[in-house]
Design a protein around this ligand. Structure first.
Ligand code: NAP
Length: 498
């Protein structure tokens, strides 16, 4: 662990991880070596699991579910484990943030903030475990009483992406555990370290063996096999809409497992002339640049009232040019490296496409060279029309497209002109406009005069092709349960056969 003592330099040698099944660490024959996107040096080595490893993990989760070692505990006992997890995460915050930064390329200060959010997820999950309950029907007449029980759905497969490896994990794991389910987790191959570290933390906190299992490897092999597995009762998938669609096919072709899908977005930020334009410009710069725009909820379509569009774009450019892009391990960095080579190419290709389509990059529009790692300048395109590829496709990078409107109806129409419905933000000091837009724009998460705010108490999820179901908070726990209707006869039965 000496290599992680100095959290402000890349490690001298990569940290090695096995995979975690049935409460024990296992070695694999093949390994994947991850180079940090910010420095290009090896930082971790993780297992390339086989289909047999996956089967062992699912069997372990199945045993742990069926013998009720976890679901049979009281909500208070499950909650106590989750609170201990929160405490251990507090102690290991710097170490976890360090590996998150090394593998993902996000700024270290941001990564630490994300761990704080994760701690809160476990605390909220602990409360939710204690409060989980069903319902009763005292309205069926004197002879019959009805109860609705909530039961854990069983073995959950959890597939997570590389953009927020630990945060997305922690927006799900405490709530899955609160419900009494067991699980097999498959993180993105390029960012597996912190999901594996969580296995150590959960074990130390007293989670019984077999409840949390982690297998690592590529999505196309081990991820696909998890989606098809006939002994997995529910799959929670967070990632691209394309792979989400393949999960639906896999569920239909295997065992009709229940699906939770958190997919892509092309999220609008609507700015009215009566808003505080300084605040809105700061929100728009943050909304597209945070995490290098590699957020499912990044606000990538600016829809601004025409009368203030030029003034607003000028304010925004001024803000975007002051964002500190740089080494993810530098405390002062606000925007770090692009996480994968493939994503870097995708973003630069979209920037080229935007220019070819006739949009104007008024700031950014190119890679930034530091001699190592891969970085892209926060970019604003003006002169964008709604049919351009940069206005329609999820780029998943720091590229914002500006479009204008004259009436509230046009603003709503532009905002809804997408196959996605993940998130939206509206900026106005007029309560009528704020509420009208909030009620009419189809998105699962909404922000009024703010952006990407909130905690794990609130549900997360999308409308339209952004997904199915909700994660986090009490809604999130309920997703991992199923309801059973129980009818109890009271008194003497009125006989069918006289
Ligand atoms: P992705 O390619 O869909 O990958 C997501 C996860 O699925 C990774 O663990 C990946 O493993 C795995 N995977 C890949 N192919 C698979 C297959 N055929 N079967 C099963 N699993 C497979 O997405 P990404 O590029 O990592 O993430 C970016 C996308 O995620 C964006 O569209 C973004 O909007 C979306 N996202 C949505 C949310 C949300 O809450 N709605 C949050 C974050 C991200 P490997 O990486 O190892 O191949």
């Amino acid at each position: 662990m000496d290599q992680v003592k100095n959290y402000l330099l890349p490690p001298k040698a990569p940290r090695e991880f096995g995979f975690f099944v049935d409460g024990r660490w296992h070695e694999s024959r093949d390994q994947f070596e991850r180079l940090s996107p910010g420095h290009g040096v090896p930082v971790t080595r993780t297992a390339k699991c086989t289909p047999e490893d996956l089967n062992a993990a699912v069997a372990s989760a199945r045993r742990a579910f069926e013998d009720r070692r976890w679901s049979g505990l009281s909500g208070a006992a499950r909650g106590a484990v989750l609170l201990r997890v929160a405490e251990i995460l507090r102690q290991r915050r710097d170490e976890i943030a360090y590996f998150e930064t090394l593998e993902n390329g996000k700024p270290i200060a941001q990564a630490r903030g994300e761990i704080d959010h994760c701690i809160a997820c476990f605390e909220v999950g602990a409360g939710a475990a204690r409060l989980l309950h069903g319902d009763s029907y005292n309205s069926l007449g004197d002879g019959l009483f009805g109860m609705v029980l909530r039961e854990p759905i069983g073995v959950v497969g959890l597939i997570t992406p590389w953009n927020f490896p630990f945060l997305i994990l922690c927006e799900r794991v405490p709530f899955i555990l609160a419900s009494g389910c067991t699980m097999v987790v498959k993180p993105s191959e390029v960012t597996s370290a912190t999901t594996l570290i969580l296995a150590e933390v959960l074990a130390e906190a007293g989670l019984p063996d077999g409840v949390y299992n982690v297998i690592t490897g590529s999505g196309r092999t081990i991820g696909q096999a998890l989606t098809e597995h006939p002994d997995v009762d529910m799959l929670s998938f967070t990632g691209s809409t394309a792979v989400g669609r393949s999960c639906v096919h896999a569920a239909a072709d295997s065992n009709f497992k229940k699906l939770g899908l958190e997919l892509g977005g092309k999220n609008p930020i609507i700015v009215f002339a009566d808003s505080d334009l300084e605040d809105a410009a700061d929100g728009a710069a943050f909304g597209i640049s945070f995490n290098t725009g590699q957020c499912c909820v990044s606000s990538s379509r600016l829809i601004v009232e025409r009368s203030v569009a030029a003034e607003f774009e000028k304010l925004l450019v001024e803000k975007m040019e002051r964002i500190r892009v740089g080494d993810p391990l530098d405390e002062a960095t606000q925007v770090g490296a692009i996480t994968t080579d493939q994503q870097n190419t995708t973003i630069l290709d979209y920037i080229a496409k935007g220019k070819a389509e006739g949009a104007q990059p008024v700031t950014g529009g190119q890679a930034i060279e530091f001699g190592k790692g891969q970085y892209i300048a926060p970019t604003l395109f003006t002169g964008v029309s709604p049919d351009m590829a940069i206005a329609r496709d999820e780029i998943f990078g720091p590229v914002l497209c500006s479009m204008s409107f004259d009436t509230i109806e046009q603003a709503i129409e532009l905002a809804n002109d997408t196959v996605y419905g993940l998130a939206a933000s509206v900026w106005t000091k007029n309560i009528d406009k704020a509420l009208t837009v909030t009620r009419r724009v189809r998105a699962g998460r909404f922000w009024v005069n703010t952006i990407m705010a909130g905690g794990p108490e609130m549900p997360l999820g999308g409308f339209k092709q952004s997904g199915w179901g909700r994660e986090a908070g009490t809604y999130g726990v309920e997703e991992y349960t199923q309801v059973k209707s129980v009818h109890v006869e009271i008194g003497k039965r009125s006989h069918w056969i006289a």
